[in-house]
Design a protein around this ligand. Sequence first.
Ligand code: AMP
Ligand code: MG
Length: 306
Amino acid sequence: MIESQDNSRTLSFQPVTLSILAMATRFEIVLCGDEFDRLRAAGEEALEEIEALDRQLSRFRGGSDISRINATAAREPVKVEPGLFHLLELARDISERTNGAFDITIGSLMNVWGFEYDSGHIPDPSDLEAARTIIGMKYVRLNEYDFTVSFEHAGIIIDLGAIGKGYAIERAVEVLKNAGVTSALLHGGTSTVYGLGAPPGQRAWRIAVKNPKGSNELIDDIELMDNSLSVSAIHGKSFIDGGHEYGHIIDPGTGQPSSHTRLAAVSGPSPTITDALSTALLVLGKEEYKALMSEFIGYSEIIINN
Ligand code: AMP
Ligand code: MG
């Protein structure tokens, strides 16, 4: 989806490259500078932060905070640490600002469409209707006085698949900055990429966005300097039935996989926000996304319709 241009070819030294598997994808960090050991230590610390967030945010990991919320918040309020509480508040805010196109209570719809473990299938109509009745951030109560989360309905499933990788990149960037790193490129599964500073001697990190329609054609070449780029696409995970492609990004309003837009990319300062917005833009229609983006100052988009 996103390909980094080979910035390293023009460098006079070898950058430090580290990677891990987390959040069901590969995260990679490229660090530039001249103190190899210091860069490596900073990169490892940033990757540890990402692994810790995977353990906290995955709805598929038994001991995670999100599993704990999903299992018990309909019965009693669940206390969470401030970082996660603020992430949930941000998710609610983006949900309101996107008229519900972005909604982290999407989990039950993901399950009935079969996207949680495999590439998906047409749901049973009654399961689909049941899942639709428990979608909505309005059913999630966030109590800012004691940092607790409670659900107003049994069965609600929070799924941070559309925002978690961006949040992990944002937290990893903080770790790198605190360690004094001034030039690095980070990405999670190539769907969110952040350019910290610029490669030595260059203006910015250059990132190419590929055309999703199969060819190797590049649709844009984006410069990132202390900026993030996120891409959401139907083909990230999809199945074909009756000649129609059903993708893993679901319109919470209709309960159907979004199909009018093939790819949505958003760039801007916060990777958490670019990640959430690229998913929202894939759901929103053409008219609506223009109005939405005018409210997010400093963010811009690329849309490829079907
Ligand atoms: P992304 O690749 O960042 O666009 O995220 C896609 C993932 O977000 C899916 O695999 C689901 O886990 C989740 N998701 C699907 N539809 C939505 C939606 N409308 N709002 C929020 N999350 C969603
Ligand atoms: Mg996203």
